[in-house]
Design a protein around this ligand. Structure first.
Ligand SMILES: Nc1nc2c(ncn2[C@@H]2O[C@H](COP(=O)(O)OP(=O)(O)OP(=O)(O)O)[C@@H](O)[C@H]2O)c(=O)[nH]1
Ligand SMILES: [Mg+2]
Length: 241
């Protein structure tokens, strides 16, 4: 797929506490790689992926990844600007990272677009014995917050493609709804313009008719006057003959 031929460009952001696996999820999705010893992300990293949708349209996903550490939070405005989707990641073996998703959501709602699609991602499901957050409680939280939810493993790739594709499909739905609304508005404006035009024409027609009537009335009154004068003349001539 050509990098510069696409129907949509979607910006996605990875958020969540430090060490939950954001960078590895992104690496697994875009390069099918995993690193056991990833260092904390410094600043912002980007990755791209071309995806073909069911309707054959092509999406270029530009995915932004940053550190989950508190000290990097100051970049948030730029980071969220123009984002259509977010993967809010926690680590299923780290309850604190799950609790902090509420804070991340708060931040998202402050900085991001209202139409932003958010997917809650419980990562590291391969570490079954160390699980601290059950699937059920996370699913309940997601339902309460109106978020989609999935559990993944960047290590073995479980559900990783599905997670990103789910966000992209949801964004596509939002975009299609927006496009539909826009085309309805254009159609309505067209109708409004047309009816204004007809109204103008109606006013112009009735103005012309009024003018025609005025001219006819004038003619009548002129004719009337002439006839009156002629009659008067006749009368006078009769009188004086
Ligand atoms: N077992 C297991 N380990 C994982 C998984 N995903 C990430 N890790 C490990 O968890 C650690 C942190 O992963 P990162 O991807 O760097 O986490 P991050 O969220 O990008 O961290 P920051 O950049 O600090 O915000 C690394 O040692 C990874 O190898 C997973 O699905 N399973
Ligand atoms: Mg990272």
């Amino acid at each position: 797929m050509q990098e510069d031929e696409y129907d949509y460009l979607f910006k996605l952001v990875m958020i969540g506490d430090s060490r939950v696996g954001k960078t590895n999820l992104l690496m697994r999705y875009t390069k099918d790689e995993f690193d056991n010893n990833t260092v904390t992300t410094v600043g912002v990293q980007f990755a791209r992926k071309m995806i073909q949708l069911e309707n054959k349209q092509i999406v270029k996903a530009q995915i932004w990844d940053t550190a989950g550490q508190e000290r990097y939070r100051s970049i948030s405005n730029v980071y969220y600007r123009g984002a259509s989707g977010a993967l809010l990641v926690y680590d299923i073996t780290d309850r604190k990272s799950f609790q902090n998703t509420s804070l991340w959501l708060k931040e998202l709602r402050q900085h991001a677009d209202n139409n932003l699609v958010v997917l809650l991602v419980g990562n590291k499901v391969d570490l079954v014995e160390k699980r601290e957050v059950t699937k059920e409680e996370a699913a309940q939280f997601a339902e309460d917050q109106h978020l989609a939810f999935v559990e993944t493993s960047a290590l073995d790739g479980n559900n990783v493609d599905l997670a990103y594709e789910r966000v992209i499909k949801e964004i596509q739905k939002v975009v299609l709804a927006q496009e539909q609304q826009e085309s309805q508005e254009i159609e309505m404006n067209k109708h409004q313009q047309q009816s204004n035009q007809y109204q103008d024409q109606g006013i112009r027609k009735s103005y012309i008719n009024t003018k025609k009537k005025e001219v006819n009335d004038m003619k009548l009154s002129v004719i009337g006057e002439d006839t009156y004068n002629q009659k008067k003349k006749k009368k006078n001539s009769k009188c004086c003959d």
